[in-house]
Design a protein around this ligand. Structure first.
Ligand code: KG4
Ligand code: ZN
Length: 343
């Protein structure tokens, strides 16, 4: 079965073709970084309009790369939420249009489920059950995953998401959008021991997170320091990054221990962070557990994870009705427990 995956939930247009027999055939992405850069963040209306321009050309690209025709597509999968309402509607409309034109089923996929399952696209593939750390711009969650569609929320952020904390701290340090990768790059040259920032909720005894206090602590320090030279900015970035990574690593270890599991899957944009990857691998090494990451380019938003999630969820094809509405706010554990979201 050939699946066309379309991702348009935020600032990346992703289109991919996944074959249930031959695997990922093609995967194309257009990033809107340049479009939004001068505004310092994503402008939803501009995002929607750009998705409109990109989805069909990217679809032609993946079909060419895979040497397939649009008529060969058996199922169309699109990101149904969570995300920006207008941006989601672009993917939903185009997917539904293609489905109607071809007479093929169309299925909506939960964006976080795409991220969550994306490490299974790489080898070695973790077996179920595992603990998943979802760290994106909008979410920071620990989940127990017992199988496809069987997700239990173990803990989540009480305020800012990890990616959001990276982005906001990057803005404080005068770095542009998107902040996470820029902050990580700046941190490489910095001394992570120069500034002592809090490790929020490290001793909370549960698996929840909180990152807004950490961000405020950086803000207070930046104000006290006044004019920042390049070295100090790098030291602030490195110290912040170490604090946030230490919290993420400690909570992952605690989750594995609590659940009695040996496999940790890391997904979402912050999963591209090199320090997080290295620290998790290090920390788990001595415990006999193992961390699994999606390939670097599939950490951030992409169409491959949407097509792949559809392949895992509906290996025999999608039997249901196309559900056109999009859900800008949509809880994954709730989505797993019922077929349609509560409004
Ligand atoms: O999953 P994603 O592409 O989009 C959402 O669904 O949110 O995640 C984007 C987030 C942004 O906050 C971005 O700054 C962060 O992931 N990010 C990083 C890195 N690459 C992306 N954060 C830290 N280090 C990175 N290398
Ligand atoms: Zn995402």
């Amino acid at each position: 079965m050939l699946i066309l995956g379309i991702e348009t939930s935020c600032d990346e247009t992703g289109v991919a073709l996944y074959d249930t027999r031959d695997g990922l055939l093609a995967d194309a992405l257009h990033s809107q970084v340049e479009l939004h850069a001068r505004y310092g963040g994503v402008v939803p209306e501009l995002a929607s309009r750009d998705h409109v321009r990109r989805v069909l050309p990217l679809t032609s690209t993946v079909l060419q790369q895979a040497r397939r025709r649009i008529e060969d597509v058996d199922l169309i999968a699109f990101t149904q939420g969570p995300g920006l309402g207008g941006a989601l509607l672009v993917g939903a409309s185009i997917a539904t249009g293609i489905g109607l034109a071809l007479g093929r089923p169309v299925v909506g996929i939960h964006h976080l489920e795409g991220h969550l399952l994306s490490p299974l696209l790489a080898e070695p593939r973790p077996g179920f059950p595992f603990v998943a750390l979802l760290v994106s711009g909008g979410h920071t969650q620990l989940m127990r995953v017992d199988g496809v569609g069987r997700y239990t929320l173990l803990g989540e952020t009480q305020d800012d998401a990890a990616g959001e904390a990276f982005d906001k701290t990057a803005t404080l340090l005068g770095l542009g959008y998107p902040g996470g990768p820029a902050l990580a790059a700046l941190a490489e040259a910095g001394d992570s021991k120069r500034f002592e920032f809090p490790r929020p909720m490290l001793a909370s005894g549960d698996l929840h997170f909180s990152f807004s206090g950490l961000k405020t602590s950086v803000l207070t320090r930046v104000r006290a320091l006044g004019d920042l030279d390049d070295g100090t900015r790098a030291d602030l970035a490195a110290s912040f990054q170490r604090a946030i990574v230490e919290v993420l690593v400690a909570k992952c270890r605690a989750a594995l221990e609590r659940e009695g599991l040996q496999s940790l899957v890391v997904a979402g944009g912050v999963g591209a962070n090199a320090l997080l990857r290295a620290s998790l691998a290090d920390a788990l090494d001595s415990t006999g557990a193992r961390a699994y990451f999606p390939p670097m380019r599939l950490c951030t938003d992409n169409g491959a994870m949407i097509a792949f999630a559809a392949a895992l969820k509906y290996p025999e094809g999608f039997p249901g009705e196309t559900s056109f509405p999009v859900f800008p706010r949509w809880d994954l554990a709730e989505a797993a427990a019922q077929s349609a979201p509560r409004r």
